[in-house]
Unconditional design. Structure first.
Lengths: 729, 119
């Protein structure tokens, strides 16, 4: 009992026994492979198929109900199997056109007898230009080994491998070479998880597939776990997660990717046999094909193969026409010209291809990295979203832009890469359209998002608050930044003025300090709160919600470390500018806490009193913290600068020297003081009463000639946070 | 060095010449070529013939036209081009020379006509 199927063969419907059909299919496949490098192979195959179809029709006309195994066997016997052809035409018969290549023909013969004859690029087995496999053929080793070496040279040698490859690509002539190895490393598409690398290795070494899988997966899994724990517990964020890019697991990950690229997939039956090192002949192919057909994947793979064959046929045809054109042109111009012409064309073609692949590779790689960064930074960026986005539409646009604008190219790129690796050359048109239109939607979302966010930053409002300053009798003011009660732990987003973030509030330290010349003889301090918003009202509301305190205690002004933005206010680039106006010939000292807790570039030394509008229209002169400056008609000047050029002002010089001496002492003490303070418990007021603080107090008294109560002056040497508490009380 | 190899080498050399001689006589269908050669006891597989014809056609020595067939798909009938005819006459003279030379050497006698060898 046999199953009979109907096939469409050369435009005829032929009823054929299923087994006979399999035999026929294998036969055609074997012919295809045999003639793979023949010019006009499709025509040959077509002719043969035509003839077979004719013979089938004859059989059916004789009254047979269907084509049987026996018929197919008889036809195959009369057509001849590829093995039989060899006896008759080991070398191509001469025709006029081929006489031109007589030299090459002797080559062919030579290489078939002595495969190590000369170095060629292999036209049969190539990923880019067949250079590696040609080299491997020459050296009689597995092409995969050469490819891996090339990949390593490229990665390690900063592109030297690429250059070498391109040069070889140009220099070496292409030639279809048959493999001279019994066993080759392939990726095994059956039972693959990612790329079939492990499965292929297992087949090559004839070991259980779990062994290479375990070797690859275990460090990666362990790495991932430690990486996740590391992230969770340390709140550390690394834009390039160490899961993938560091350590042993990372090395294996990269190794896997390289292997995936360089090892060819075992597509045809003969590949699969070579993978296991079995002898490739028609019988063993038949056995393996039948085995394969029993598998579930069989059919799908066949389809893929057909698809591939078609694509190859198309490209072959194109190549042939192009070559034929070039050759016919060159034949007129003489053999020498022909060589030059095709050589040059070849080189240009190769360079174009290499360039295209290079650019495409970079784009794909960049997108891949971007996706990775987005995925892994998602957790960190996610809370920020609520502070930035307002309303349904912005959220929608944000998600659309994320998924479509960034995600689609990445997926498309990966798809392309996988297809490229797996050898499918043509792509589905509709897939391309789908990707394209999704990406366009993503682009629109992205633009809408940008526009909509931009609109939220349309208007800027500014609120100026004057802070009343008790004029310090010493003629000197010190600016410090208070320590805060929350211990801030930073993430990567700590820059950009964002100090920290929690569920419903964002703490910004977008705070600048500016020192200007006072109009009168008094110190003035004022703060300006800025915020953006959709319209003036909202911007003003946002600015009004900034709570930023500046306190004075004695001659010290304490600045808050940052201010809080609640989730319903949202991040609208709120900022605070604190301006200290110093009157003529009065002094100012900016504590290093300002330097440390705000950041350098946010402290400006402006010569004039104007509102700052842009970030960079202020020429901030270089200055140092913990150094006393004095206001002169020309702006602020360092006090200790004068020490260097001795003959300035005798009187003031003397005073300054004294001052400096004192200041040195004080600075040292202060440093000691502040470092110790940090270690102390914040609410321990007892810490105030330490010996050197009293010294300090004395120094200050001497210096200013002012009498202050012990209690009050000691407060100024509390830790800044204690100071705040004290004032609050 | 085995005999079969040498034999096939010998046959191979004349194969193209024989096929061209058959086609020269008029439009012909490939399986007719096979039949005719079989009759002359010169066996060739169809799988060998088709590539050979394609190659000759690509070299513009042969041309073909489609002929509707009652027994199946349309058939390709091959005929010689002008270039092919010139090519054939070159081969013919080479063959004559070769046959004479071979005969002279093997028979150690008079040269004879190539027609004895050629169908």
């Amino acid at each position: 009992m046999k199953k009979v199927i109907n096939i469409n063969f050369q435009g005829r419907v032929i009823p054929i026994e299923e087994t006979a059909f399999e035999t026929l299919k294998q036969y055609i496949e074997s012919l295809r492979r045999y003639f793979a490098n023949e010019e006009g192979k499709d025509e040959i195959i077509n002719d043969i198929e035509n003839r077979i179809a004719e013979l089938f029709t004859e059989q059916l006309k004789k009254g047979e109900s269907c084509v049987t195994d026996a018929h197919v066997d008889a036809i195959i016997a009369s057509m001849g199997k590829p093995e039989d052809f060899d006896a008759v035409e080991a070398e191509p018969t001469s025709s006029q056109s081929q006489k031109q290549y007589s030299q090459q023909q002797t080559y062919t013969q030579f290489t078939t007898d002595e495969p190590r004859g000369s170095l060629h690029r292999n036209g049969n087995d190539k990923i880019l230009g067949g250079v590696c496999s040609g080299l491997a053929h020459y050296l009689r080793i597995d092409p995969t080994i050469v490819r891996i070496l090339f990949a390593l040279i490229t990665l390690g040698g900063f592109g030297a491998g690429v250059l070498l490859y391109i040069i070889l690509w140009i220099i070496l002539p292409a030639k279809p070479l048959t493999t001279n190895l019994k066993k080759r490393l392939f990726r095994n598409p059956e039972g693959k998880i990612i790329g079939g690398v492990c499965s292929g290795i297992a087949a090559y070494f004839n070991i259980g597939v779990w062994i290479p899988r375990l070797i690859f997966a275990l460090p990666l899994v362990l790495g991932a776990f430690t990486g996740i724990f590391h992230n969770v517990f340390n709140h550390d964020f690394d834009p390039f997660p160490n899961i993938l890019f560091s350590g042993f697991g990372g090395t294996l990950f990269i190794a896997y990717i390289i292997l995936w690229i360089v090892i060819p997939e075992a597509v045809t039956a003969s590949d699969k046999l070579e993978m296991r090192g079995e002898k490739v002949d028609l019988e063993s192919i038949k056995a393996s094909v039948q085995e394969e057909l029993q598998g579930v994947k069989g059919r799908a793979e066949k389809m893929g193969e057909d698809f591939k064959v078609k694509a190859q046929a198309w490209s072959e045809e194109f190549k042939n026409t192009a070559q034929a054109k070039a050759q016919s042109f060159a034949a007129d111009a003489g053999p020498a010209a022909r060589r030059v012409g095709s050589g040059l064309g070849h080189a240009i073609g190769v360079l174009f291809k290499a360039f295209f692949l290079f650019v495409a590779g970079i784009v794909v790689f960049a997108l891949f990295i971007a996706l990775m960064a987005i995925i892994f930074s998602g957790a960190a960026v996610f809370p920020l979203k609520n502070f930035l986005l307002e309303g349904f539409w912005q959220n929608l646009f944000a998600w659309g832009a994320l998924c479509l604008f960034l995600g689609v190219p990445v997926i498309a790129g990966i798809t392309w890469l996988v297809r490229r690796i797996s050898g499918a050359k043509s792509s589905n048109r509709y897939l391309g359209y789908a990707f394209g239109s999704l990406w366009l939607i993503g682009l629109v979302c992205f633009i809408c998002l940008i526009v909509s966010i931009r609109r939220s930053f349309d208007t800027r409002a500014r609120i100026k608050d004057d802070i009343t300053v008790v004029q310090p009798p010493s003629g000197k003011i010190t600016v410090k930044v208070a320590d805060s009660k929350v211990k801030y732990y930073g993430g990567w987003f700590r820059g950009g003025g964002i100090l920290t973030i929690d569920e419903d509030s964002l703490i910004l330290n977008n705070v600048r300090l500016r020192v200007v010349k006072s109009e009168d003889s008094l110190y003035h301090v004022y703060s300006i709160r800025y915020s953006y918003g959709n319209n003036p009202a909202i911007a003003e509301r946002n600015a009004g919600r900034i709570v930023y305190q500046v306190h004075q205690s004695d001659s010290t002004i304490y600045l808050d470390r940052g201010f809080t933005v609640s989730e319903d206010t949202r991040f609208r680039n709120q900022r605070v500018l604190v301006t200290v106006a110093v009157p003529m010939s009065k002094r100012i000292l900016i504590d290093h806490s300002v330097d440390r807790r705000l950041s350098w570039d946010e402290i400006k030394f402006g010569p004039h009193d104007y509102y700052y509008d842009d970030d960079d229209n202020e020429n901030s002169s270089w200055w140092q913290s913990d150094v006393e400056y004095v206001m002169t008609p020309g702006g602020l000047e360092r006090l200790d600068k004068d020490r260097d050029n001795d003959n300035n002002n005798e009187e003031s010089h003397k005073r300054i020297q004294e001052d400096n001496q004192k200041k040195e002492d004080r600075k040292y003490r202060y440093k000691k003081d502040s470092t110790e303070n940090k270690q102390e418990k914040k609410d321990s007021v007892k810490a105030v009463k330490t010996g050197y603080r009293e010294d300090e107090h004395k120094v200050e008294n001497n210096e200013s000639g002012n009498t202050e109560s012990d209690g009050k002056s000691s407060i100024s040497f509390l830790s800044p946070f204690q100071q705040m508490l004290a004032i609050g009380n | 060095m085995n005999i079969e190899n040498t034999q096939s080498q010998m046959r191979k050399g004349v194969l193209e010449f024989c096929i061209l001689s058959i086609i020269k006589r008029g439009e012909v269908y490939p399986s007719d070529i096979i039949d005719e050669m079989k009759k002359a006891n010169l066996h060739i597989l169809e799988g060998t013939l088709y590539p050979l014809l394609t190659r000759l056609k690509n070299a513009e020595l042969l041309t073909y036209r489609w002929v509707e067939s009652s027994s199946g798909p349309p058939r390709k009938y091959f005929s010689l081009t002008e270039k092919g005819a010139a090519f054939y006459s070159d081969l013919q003279s080479t063959w004559d020379e070769l046959a004479n030379a071979v005969h002279a050497i093997t028979q150690n006698g008079q040269s004879i006509s190539s027609n004895n060898f050629n169908q």
